[in-house]
Ligand binder design. Structure first.
Ligand SMILES: O=C(O)C(=O)C[C@H](O)[C@H](O)COP(=O)(O)O
Length: 212
C-alpha cells in the first residue's frame, strides 16, 4: 500500500462514518463541523455542490480543531485543484475519469475514487488504488452486492455511500471489505437550519459507536 493510500486509510478509520455535507450557508460550516467532531466524527466531506463549498472547506480546515476536512463531488481536475488549495486533506469523487486519476497522481492529497461495478474496481486497481468509494451504495445493490465483491476483489477496501443511514449502516460496517461508510444523515438540513448543533452532536455520537 502506498504512503498516500495509507494516509487516506488512516483518515477513513478515524470513525465508522464520514459525514457528507452540502453547505448552503458558509456561516454554518464551522459550528456544524464542531458539532460532528464533538460527536466523534472527525473526517468530514464537504461536497462541491454549492457556491459556499470551497469557503466552507477553508473555514473548517483552518478553524475546527480535530476535524479533517475533505472535499466531495469532485468531478474534474479544476475542482480537484481548487479543493486542495482550500485545504482539503482528502478528495472524494462519485465515479472515476482519467482526468481525475491524472490530477490525483500530481498531488499528495489522496483521492477516494468512486466505483460501482467489478470492472470499475478492476480499472482502479490497475491504477494502484486499493481504497474506493462504493457509490451509490444502496441503489447499486447494497451490502449484499458489496459482499459478493469481497472474495474475487479481495484486498480492495470500500467506503460505501448513498442511501445509508443509522438503520442500515451496520450491514455494511460488518463486511470484511468496508472501512467506513459515508452519509448525509448525520447532518439533516432541518437541524442545520435551526442551528441545532447539540442535536447533530447526538446523531454523530450515535454514528460513532456503530462499529464495535
Ligand atoms: O457526490 C458525491 O461525491 C457524493 O459524495 C454523493 C454522496 O455520497 C451522497 O449524496 C450522499 O448520499 P446520502 O447519504 O444518501 O445523502
Amino acid at each position: 500500500m502506498s504512503a498516500k493510500s495509507d494516509r487516506l486509510l488512516s483518515t477513513l478509520k478515524l470513525a465508522p462514518v464520514v459525514p457528507v455535507l452540502v453547505i448552503d450557508d458558509v456561516a454554518t460550516a464551522v459550528p456544524l463541523a464542531r458539532a460532528l467532531v464533538a460527536g466523534g466524527l472527525k473526517a468530514i466531506e464537504i461536497t462541491l455542490r454549492t457556491p459556499a463549498a470551497l469557503e466552507a472547506i477553508r473555514a473548517v480546515a483552518n478553524e475546527v480543531e480535530g476535524a479533517v476536512a475533505g472535499a466531495g463531488t469532485i468531478l474534474n481536475a479544476a475542482q480537484f485543484e481548487a479543493a486542495v488549495e482550500a485545504g482539503s486533506k482528502f478528495i472524494v469523487s462519485p465515479g472515476t475519469t482519467q482526468e481525475l486519476i491524472d490530477v490525483a497522481n500530481d498531488h499528495e492529497v489522496p483521492l477516494l475514487p468512486g466505483a460501482a461495478t467489478a470492472s470499475e474496481v478492476m480499472g482502479l486497481r490497475e491504477e494502484g488504488y486499493d481504497v474506493m468509494k462504493f457509490f451509490p451504495a444502496e441503489q447499486a445493490g447494497g451490502a449484499a452486492y458489496l459482499k459478493s465483491l469481497s472474495s474475487p476483489l479481495a484486498g480492495t477496501l470500500f467506503c460505501p455511500t448513498g442511501g445509508i443511514s443509522l438503520a442500515n449502516a451496520r450491514d455494511y460496517l460488518t463486511l470484511p471489505n468496508v472501512v467506513c461508510v459515508g452519509g448525509s444523515w448525520v447532518a439533516p438540513k432541518e437541524l442545520v437550519a435551526k442551528g441545532d448543533w447539540a442535536g447533530i452532536t447526538k446523531l454523530a455520537a450515535e454514528a460513532f459507536v456503530l462499529k464495535g
